[in-house]
Design a protein around this ligand. Structure first.
Ligand SMILES: Cc1cc2nc3c(=O)[nH]c(=O)nc-3n(C[C@H](O)[C@H](O)[C@H](O)COP(=O)(O)OP(=O)(O)OC[C@H]3O[C@@H](n4cnc5c(N)ncnc54)[C@H](O)[C@@H]3O)c2cc1C
Length: 338
């Protein structure tokens, strides 16, 4: 019998689940309260780094494993995926940060000043040391979301925009709740972690891959978005307040970018924004079942990195009855989620 699934939320979690499930034979519809992928979702503001080995530094091995597994999926499913690795650098006074980062991560090679310049000629003379994570990738999240929408639609998924589900799922349908932070009404342990970003245009600079600058207080990453535009990110504040970027955050992000390269002083600010990351107490993703509803949440700062691997597990569970203990708590039946 065909599995019928209603997915709530068209962020990266909802759309990757939709694609995985429909490709494996399920009958899928998506309900999204916005009128398309947009700034109502956290996914809209993401940097788009697919960096399993860098993220392992603070997130641990589960995120690395899910991320490693997801990389080929993005390369197959999304033409916005670029595999050019990640360059991690630190100013001379912060070289201890770089050494510490190297001991806590894998799959990197050490760079001297010449190697840094070889990878990113515009950084020549700016950094004496770095680490290169050659297998990492990045994508433009907005292009990726648009492409996922096209792909699921082409497979026959019905997308209901400006739709907000309430009450129980329709008879005979499983509900997949991918509402991000909005699912806090059913899962009170969820919290918001505010992330602010800037989009800059800078024709004078040509960076070709994500660059992370380590710093004890103000770490920064820059992700190229093509046409001389760069995403600068991101703050990480324990707050579920959405809304405009604060002056402090903008000053800090811009100061860090200017310290990376003085050319940033001439950049145009195209956009500032803020997304609120849905996080659980241990900052790890989780799948939970309550009756006919399966919740997929807690993607925190790794949504693009890990969503395909989570979606595969959700499909394994729903379509094949497989257990997925690494991400799923026990079946909670009809009880309210704690
Ligand atoms: C500044 C910033 C930078 C980031 N950088 C990266 C990065 O480089 N790499 C990475 O992997 N991750 C990154 N992230 C994290 C990533 O963006 C999140 O993990 C991810 O977006 C969470 O996706 P989600 O689908 O769970 O939630 P969301 O993207 O928030 O999607 C939830 C959707 O549900 C919809 N919804 C809510 N309520 C309802 C309802 N009742 N009915 C219907 N629809 C509803 C919402 O409108 C929304 O579209 C970053 C996040 C931020 C803020």
């Amino acid at each position: 019998m065909t599995l019928r699934v209603s997915i709530l939320g068209a962020g990266v979690a909802g759309l990757t689940c939709a694609l995985e499930l429909v490709e494996r034979g399920a009958d899928v519809e998506v309900l999204e309260r916005g009128d398309g992928p947009g700034p109502q979702s956290c996914s809209w503001f993401a940097g788009g780094m697919l960096a399993p080995w860098c993220e392992e530094e603070h997130a641990g091995s589960l995120i690395r494993l899910l991320g490693e597994e997801s990389l080929p999926w993005w390369e197959r499913q999304c033409s916005a995926t670029v595999q050019r690795g990640t360059l991690v650098v630190a100013h001379e006074r912060d070289h201890a940060e770089l050494r510490q980062f190297a001991t806590r991560t894998h799959a990197h090679s050490s760079c001297d000043a010449a190697a840094v310049a070889g990878l990113e000629p515009d950084l020549a003379g700016h950094f004496q040391r770095g680490l290169f994570f050659g297998a990492e990738a990045h994508l433009d999240p907005r292009r990726a979301l648009a492409e996922l929408v096209c792909r699921v639609r082409a497979r026959g998924v019905t997308l209901h925009w400006q739709a907000e589900a309430s009450g129980r799922p329709a008879r005979g349908r499983i509900r997949l709740d991918c509402r991000g932070l909005a699912a806090r009404d059913a899962w009170p342990a969820l919290r918001g972690v505010r992330g602010e970003m800037l989009l800059l245009r800078l024709p004078e600079l040509n960076l070709t891959r994500p660059v992370r600058v380590l710093h004890p207080r103000l770490p920064l990453y820059i992700v190229p978005r093509g046409a001389h535009t760069y995403l600068l990110g991101a703050t990480q504040l324990e707050s579920d307040a959405a809304g405009a970027i604060s002056v402090r955050s903008m000053l800090e992000l811009l100061a860090a970018a200017y310290a990376l390269h003085p050319a940033f002083g001439e950049a145009q600010i195209l956009e500032s924004g803020c997304g609120v990351r849905p996080a659980l107490p241990d900052n790890l993703p989780r799948v939970r079942r309550a009756g006919d509803t399966l919740y997929v949440n807690g993607l925190y700062r790794h949504g693009f990195l890990i969503a395909p691997a989570l979606a595969r597990r959700v499909a394994d569970y729903l379509l094949e009855g497989q257990r997925i203990p690494e991400v799923m708590d026990e079946d909670r039946g009809e009880r309210r989620l704690a």
